[in-house]
Design a protein around this ligand. Structure first.
Ligand code: GLC
Length: 550
């Protein structure tokens, strides 16, 4: 069994984790201070969002220098100390590699702007069309056109994300070599995991064409050449070392490609993040909308990815939360009436699936979306672009704010809630982003003294470590049409695990499929007491339970 199957990875957002020097921004020293806490949780790897030198227009995903630590976060010596102290606690570090684009403040882009031909070929520059319009009609993922004039030349540069993030030209072998050097630099420092940002859009064609009403993303997403590049990246960097863990962030990908990226025979990556299950509350694909999530669609997507990746021997990263998503507790549950039940049901529903679970900071104590009332409380660039564009399109302020409250990426970026003191013990200064208002009820100190969410996560992590049926079993979805319960069976050798997750806040009864033998089932883990496996099951609000079937 591959080494990444029985581990759980913790995603830590450095800016918001723990500030040690009172400047309102989390830092490396703060992370070092909290290592024992992460060790207590039981995780074995930390994925950290980018901490490299950056103007922070997109919170570090706009990189000026790939091989230096931004002084905002600390120094190289502190990073070395972190690597070493984490290792003593059996925790490894996963770095976030943003190889699709650099900040326009990067030396390469600056040299290119000054006319250096070599560096101009590092980026994707194109002239306007004959009629003077932009090189293509593509839209930036953060809103607006994807092209910006390149200095005072005739050319435009492509930016699939913010205008300050210029896409790199992966067709140029020199660019690829430079990027492999970056990965190797961190590898030699002792980093043993890599998360590759938006990796499946690196393979742009030589000739870029307008989208003609088809799905525009398909013009630059999962192009066949991406797989060649990922293989090369593997061979030239992390593939040379044993025991590395890699994960690609794959936007709008397919199961078919997911298998290609993560089937071990292909020598590309250990696993991938896909996002379809987090778009079930988008109205016809529009993120900035306000509709309840579609539970049947959610189940259908999870089931399709579980089955498909399993059939093709691919591997999923399992997650509800990250720094780009609102908090799952607020999104799929009821954290006001059922905070413990919501948090533990959501956790269990994915921790017992086939794949490697990721815990996003604060999830383990049940953190929720904050309740900001002003647009100015938000910092995220995508949020501000969305607000402006909704207002321009005639959406009233109140409606736009309601949508932003539900969908903004800042929902998950609020400071970690350590205790009930001011700013939740995150900083002694003024935090860069306001703390959520519920920090006196939801915080680490409280949770460790008498909470039930953190211990539940500890249990789930231990179970995966100990039980091959969880880390390596087959998956079979059941009750696929049930409107309230997400249910599945995992199986390995002669062990069978049945998992039932109730996604609603009322009592609910349903029949188990006939094949399930309820005699001698053993209760493994659940978030309510007193439950037996019966033909006619009754689940309570947000109840989750797993039974070993004999
Ligand atoms: C990824 C990151 C996101 C960032 C974007 C551009 O989606 O997760 O935070 O804004 O890439 O780098």
């Amino acid at each position: 069994m591959e080494h990444f199957k029985n581990k759980v990875i913790y995603q830590l957002y450095p800016k918001s984790f723990k500030d040690s020097d009172g400047d309102g921004i989390g830092d490396l020293k703060g992370i070092i201070e909290k290592l024992p806490y992460l060790h207590q949780l039981g995780i074995e790897m930390i994925w950290m969002n980018p901490i490299f030198v950056s103007p922070q227009k997109d919170n570090g995903y706009d990189i000026t220098d790939y091989c230096s630590i931004d002084p905002l976060f600390g120094t190289m010596e502190e990073l070395e100390e972190l690597i070493q102290k984490a290792k003593q606690l059996n925790i490894e570090l996963m770095f976030d590699m943003v190889l699709n684009h650099t900040s326009i403040t990067h030396e390469w882009f600056q040299k290119a702007l000054k006319g250096d031909k070599k560096y101009q070929d590092y980026y994707i520059l194109r002239p306007a069309k004959e009629d003077g319009s932009l090189p293509t009609n593509w839209q930036s993922k953060f809103g607006g056109d994807a092209w910006e004039p390149f200095g005072d030349t005739e050319n435009y540069y492509l930016h699939l994300y913010d205008v300050s993030q210029a896409d790199l030209n992966w067709r140029n072998p020199d660019v690829r070599q430079e990027l492999y050097k970056v990965v190797n630099f961190w590898l030699e420092k002792g980093i043993t995991g890599f998360r590759f940002d938006v990796l499946n859009v690196i393979g742009k064609e030589e000739v870029l064409v307008d989208s003609l009403g088809e799905n525009e993303k398909s013009l630059y997403t999962d192009t066949p050449i991406v797989h060649e590049y990922v293989k090369e990246l593997n061979q030239e960097s992390f593939g040379k070392k044993e025991g590395m863990i890699t994960v690609g962030e794959m936007s709008s990908t397919t199961v078919e490609n997911g298998i290609l990226y993560s089937n071990p025979d292909r020598k590309e990556l250990s696993m991938i993040f896909s996002f379809h299950h987090l778009k079930v509350d988008y109205d016809e694909g529009e993120k900035w909308s306000d509709i309840p999530f579609d539970f049947l669609e959610l189940k259908q997507i999870l089931n399709e990815w579980q089955t498909g990746m399993s059939d093709g021997n691919g591997w999923n990263a399992l997650f509800w939360n990250n720094h780009d998503q609102p908090r799952a507790n607020s999104r799929f549950g009821d954290p006001i009436k059922y905070p413990y039940e919501t948090a533990t049901m959501l956790a269990q529903s994915i921790h017992l699936l086939r794949g490697t679970p990721y815990i996003y900071q604060g999830e383990e104590i049940g953190m929720t979306n904050p309740d900001y009332s002003e647009i100015d409380e938000y910092v995220d660039i995508e949020t501000h672009n969305a607000y402006k564009s909704m207002r321009l399109n005639g959406v009233p302020h109140e409606k736009a704010m309601k949508i932003i409250k539900e969908k903004s990426r800042d929902n998950s970026r609020t400071p970690m809630q350590w205790d009930g003191s001011s700013h939740a013990g995150f900083t002694t200064g003024t935090p860069w982003l306001n703390v959520a208002g519920n920090y006196q009820e939801i915080n680490v100190e409280k949770e460790l003294s008498d909470g039930k969410v953190f211990p539940y996560y500890q249990k789930l992590i231990k179970l995966r470590k100990k039980m091959p049926v969880i880390s390596d079993g087959d998956y079979q979805g059941i009750l696929l049409d049930d409107p309230e319960v997400f249910a599945y069976i995992r199986e390995k050798d002669n062990q069978k695990l049945l998992v039932l997750n109730h996604f609603y806040g009322t009592e609910y009864s349903f029949q188990l499929p006939k094949e399930i033998n309820d005699i001698d089932a053993e209760h493994l883990i659940g978030n309510y007491p007193d439950i037996k496996l019966e033909k006619e099951m009754k689940l309570r609000p947000y109840e989750t339970v797993a039974f070993l079937l004999k």
